[in-house]
Design a protein around this ligand. Structure first.
Ligand SMILES: [Zn+2]
Length: 455
């Protein structure tokens, strides 16, 4: 057992301000700081007190769950909970968004805003974010910083998505939006996170590297693949840590990134449907689940909890979302439990590996890759496109399969052409096929980018 001690994170970095809700965030963080040391039985007991009212609420107030569970749904024991049917992403996507929303909400479950999943199958899911969800999200972020144990006041470059220029915070010469505090104004009122530079990753990576060499941020926040490619172009930028997400981080990639940047790598696992789900243990021995935010099950083919070391389906329940309840929901990822107790002494269950998430990429002639995300997102955001797949046929030839439309306007093809040319830094040849459906590959998957030639 490690020594149980209170965190000094807030004592050190708390700005002392008392804006709306900040006291609640402090309390939620203090709770997480204590509950992380609970034994498993205590955590299960606590989770059950959250699951029971959640399921009752969903069965009563959410048409989707009412149809699924009937009106007899009540959870008093873990067996009750485990007898609830598992919901797949496809099942969720086949339902009208309002069928998945609760018909009324208490003040703390008031919807602040809605967000969308990335829609791997081309169908994006709308998830409502409430005040309560935001509170737990903030508390989990603070705990992650406590685990990371680095000064949060350093600047951070965010390298995650294409950004449309033109917002008030847009800085044209950097090609980034610039924020005074990178975790957002609400959490920034509690802890002064450093400046945020949200880069448009649709721009050529050389230009982004030049900007980074100039501003020298303490943290780089992006996918492992993007940071690997970026390392080839940086000269003066020496970050303290790489905050990675969204993609399976293979041990050899982690090691390569640590060596090339001379920086810590801190990986997190989250999903739009449940927000923060897991983060690297400070001991370096796997990921701890944020068990107070999300109940995670790793299930085998017969829906039983898989033993450590066996890849199993990730099924999640958001403990706090009463607006768009997410209950026994299969994310489509695989993960495996780590063996035995964690050397750090925390009771939070531990995952050794999250499998399978891969970032879309194109091959370049120089043997490198470039991240296809900006184009994938542009295609997906084109009106009425239900799904799309880009097949790279040679270094310069791309075949684009589109479902949901019968043609594109000249403006739309012009826009895509410009994005390809900018990203690849040479003219791309694009052909379009408007199809009824996109056939899955022999492995049953329908990826958004397929490399369809042998270099
Ligand atoms: Zn640990």
């Amino acid at each position: 057992m490690g020594a149980i001690q209170g965190s000094t994170f807030l004592q050190t970095y708390d700005l002392g301000s008392n804006g709306p809700g900040l006291q609640e965030v402090r309390r939620a963080f203090e709770f997480l700081d204590e509950s992380q040391w609970w034994r498993q039985e205590q955590m299960r007991e606590w989770q059950l007190t959250k699951l029971a009212p959640l399921v009752a609420h969903a069965a009563r107030r959410v048409p989707f769950y009412r149809a699924l569970y009937g009106d007899r749904a009540s959870v008093e024991t873990w067996d009750d909970f485990r007898s609830l049917p598992i919901v797949t992403r496809a099942q969720f996507a086949d339902t009208e968004p309002r069928e998945r929303e609760a018909s009324f909400a208490l003040p703390e479950h008031k919807v602040l805003h809605t967000t969308y999943t990335s829609g791997t199958s081309g169908r994006r899911l709308q998830i409502s974010i409430t005040q309560r969800l935001q509170l737990w999200r903030y508390a989990c972020i603070l705990r992650e910083w406590d685990w990371l144990a680095l000064d949060p006041r350093g600047d951070c470059a965010i390298l995650r998505a294409p950004i449309a220029p033109g917002s008030d915070s847009w800085n044209e010469s950097l090609g980034a939006e610039v924020y005074p505090t990178w975790q957002g104004p609400a959490l920034g009122a509690l802890v002064r996170f450093g400046k945020g530079f949200n880069f448009d990753i649709g721009r050529p990576i050389e230009r982004i590297a030049e900007a980074l060499d100039e501003i020298k941020p303490a943290f780089l926040h992006g996918t492992p693949t993007y940071l690997q490619v970026l390392a080839d172009h940086l000269r003066h930028c020496r970050p303290l840590a790489l905050l990675t997400l969204s993609e399976q981080l293979f041990p050899q990639v982690r090691q390569e990134l640590e060596q090339r940047y001379g920086a810590r790598v801190f990986d997190t696992y989250a999903a739009v449907e449940v927000n923060r789900a897991a983060a690297d243990c400070p001991s370096g021995q796997g990921y701890h689940l944020h068990e107070e935010n999300v109940f995670v099950e790793l299930l085998d083919e017969s829906d039983r909890e898989a033993p450590p070391g066996v890849p199993a389906r990730v099924v999640v329940t958001s403990l706090h979302n009463y607006a768009t309840p997410v209950i026994r929901y299969e994310l489509g990822d695989l993960a495996e439990y780590a063996e035995g107790a964690c050397p750090c002494g925390r009771g939070l269950r531990r995952i050794s590996t999250f499998h399978g998430r891969q970032i879309s990429r194109f091959l370049l002639e120089n043997g490198r890759v470039c991240i296809a995300t900006p184009i994938v997102i542009a295609l997906q955001d084109t009106p009425d496109v239900r799904a799309a797949q880009i097949r790279q046929k040679s270094y310069d030839d791309f075949e684009i399969l589109v479902m949901g439309r019968t043609d594109f306007t000249a403006e739309e093809t012009g826009d895509l052409q410009r994005r390809f040319d900018t990203l690849l830094q040479r003219p791309a040849r694009l052909t379009y096929q408007f199809v009824e459906r996109i056939p899955p590959l022999p492995n049953g998957k329908t990826p958004r980018v397929v490399i369809d030639f042998t270099p």
